[in-house]
Write a protein that binds this ligand. Sequence first.
Ligand code: MN
Ligand code: MN
Length: 308
Amino acid sequence: MTLPVFGHTNPDTDAITSAIVYASLLSKLGVAARAYRLGDLNNETAFVLQQAGVEVPELLESLPEGTEVALVDHNESGQSLAGLGSLKVTRVVDHHKLGDLTSKDPLYLRFEPVGCTGTILTKLYREHNQPIEVWEAKLMLSAILSDTLHFRSPTTTDTDREIGTYLAQIAGVSDIKAYALEMFAAKSDLGDTPADKLLKLDYKVFPFGGNTYGLGVMETTNPGYALGRKAEILAAMQQEKDAKGLTGVFFSVVDILEETNQTFVLDDAHAEIIKGVFGADTVEQVADLGNRISRKKQVVPAFEKYFG
Ligand code: MN
Ligand code: MN
């Protein structure tokens, strides 16, 4: 049986590249594995795969009950393949907090509090004395630059920096900053992408205080683009909230270069939450969340603290 390997829904660059690279490593170690994706690629990820000369993984929509799977870059069922609970997770490589994962049998778990799954995968190559191929290095480097916003997100660790530099040498990327800017430019080039797709570019659902909230993020070098489409995006947020029966939906426009966060706020009830969580006022349905550029490290923990 070939082991399906996949990252989270609404995949980012780490979710896609980690699935590809982990499947490659497992195959080299004698475990037949194949990477899949749980959604469309964003423009940054499409650029990265093209730069590395790697094919886009096949879309996975469902698996038969009991199928063994490996997860990368996530572990919560709400961010995974529908019906994850009926599958058999045998491996997880991740850098997020533990969610609702349970198992009947022992499984392989590799979690580290680093900035990117790609960082952990590089360590696995080292531990297994497996040489890293140029394309693998390019994918893991790209994931690290994406997740850490070129080593500037507060999620960045010294390990991410060391491994990023190491991978750049293997990948033949002599100017890391220039490459990161190319990636970010690709990510920010959104053209006439429909508003519901913009909301879902990097969107995750979280349980806070017994309720369910959707948190979307647009990491961009051009926040004016999102602000110019505010009305449409707010409408898409309302629609998603109603369709999925969520308690709340927020959408943060994160300027990667200036390190700012402007969060779209649906109504007074949402504004009250934003005031309570961050102490931020909402003006014309936008709250300034300052330099909170990391959902994982600065936004989600604040919500969790607020909702207890
Ligand atoms: Mn991710
Ligand atoms: Mn990640």
